[in-house]
Write a protein that binds this ligand. Structure first.
Ligand SMILES: [Zn+2]
Length: 337
């Protein structure tokens, strides 16, 4: 029984999540005519060029398409047969049916549900965060395992936004505050601080600016009155160390000057909501993934007959599979092995 079920879902050595007979999620596979993209983070876009060239269809939500257009470039997706699918809208390929379900991770993020010809439900969560991600019941569950170890627990999750606002509010009076995060999360930070009405200008580097515009187009409140960091107005304010908030992608942390306070948002912090990590440097534990207990809660409520943990994008796939078997008594295995 479990072997039969396992054949319905797998994760290849390159991290492609295979569901049912036809679907390859977040990677390319020669035998799969349909590629599904769960969200626009780079570790979920691998081999996208090849998928665009070779797959019959490349599926994603409309927001994910808009994000890829700015993260890659506006003509990148033109090379393939891209189809957008709204949440809960069904798409059939031969005798299997696929639907995307909302995931609270970044704008446009989706879970992928495939129902095969025998009515089996095969689900891949993609990246997600509880409690605002709906838990989908499945027979076979493929789950992300970013924080899949019992050491990855954030008991302070509820306070994080408040801690972030307080830290920024207290320090921005003295001068610029630089904030660093990945695409999607840095816009969430922007939205949190926008809603705090701090009364200082918001500046963003080029890509962050463009991604913010897309987020705003899809209903987030983060890019109103946003200034491009390369504009004359922004450069003058930065030169004078004016009170302002400047938002950058994590990868540019070394290229941004040292003046002012620097705040990094990262889920890889479990000891406190906020920690000082250097002179004028703080790390705030804002995560767009569930912690260990969130992952277990998802599995428990999805009520699968078996679980596959993503052992490609996380070092904790094997630990999580072991803990699922031990604590929930559900067969689980990490893939790729
Ligand atoms: Zn992600």
């Amino acid at each position: 029984m479990s072997f039969r079920l396992r054949a319905e879902a797998s994760i290849t050595k390159r991290g492609t999540v295979l569901l049912g007979k036809f679907w390859a999620c977040d990677g390319f596979h020669e035998d799969r005519p349909v590629r599904v993209i769960t969200h626009a983070h780079s570790d979920h876009l691998s081999s996208l060029g090849r998928s665009l060239k070779e797959c019959e269809a490349v599926m994603m939500t409309p927001a994910t398409k808009d994000l890829i257009n700015v993260i890659k470039n506006p003509s990148y997706l033109l090379g393939g047969n891209v189809k957008t699918l709204r949440y809960e809208e069904a798409y059939a390929y031969k005798d299997e049916r696929m639907t995307l379900h909302y995931s609270d991770h970044i704008l446009g993020a989706a879970q992928v549900l495939v129902e095969d010809e025998e009515g089996r439900r095969i689900l891949y969560t993609g990246d997600f965060r509880l409690p605002y991600t709906p838990i989908i019941e499945a027979d076979i569950l493929v789950i992300e395992s970013t924080y899949g170890s019992p050491s990855c627990v954030r008991p302070f999750t509820r306070e994080v936004k408040k801690v972030l606002v307080n830290l920024v509010e207290e320090t921005v009076k003295e001068g610029p505050v630089y904030l660093f995060g990945y695409h999607g999360k840095i816009q969430e930070v922007m939205q949190i601080l926008y809603e705090a009405h701090l009364g200082v200008p918001f500046i963003a580097s080029d890509k962050v600016f463009q991604v913010s515009r897309i987020c705003e187009m899809h209903g987030m409140k983060c890019a109103t009155d946003l200034l491009l960091s390369s504009s004359e107005e922004a450069r003058s304010m930065l030169r004078h160390d004016d009170p302002l908030l400047a938002f950058y992608h994590t990868s540019s942390r070394r290229h941004v000057n040292d003046g002012g306070l620097r705040i990094y948002v990262s889920g890889w912090q479990f000891s406190a909501a906020c920690r000082m990590i250097g002179r004028n440097e703080f790390r705030v534990a804002l995560s767009d993934h569930s912690d260990f207990y969130g992952l277990l809660r998802y599995v428990e409520n999805s009520r699968p007959k078996m679980v596959i943990t993503d052992n490609h994008r996380s070092k904790y796939g094997a630990v999580l599979a072991r803990e699922i078997e031990r604590r929930l008594n559900i067969p689980a295995r990490p893939l790729p092995a």
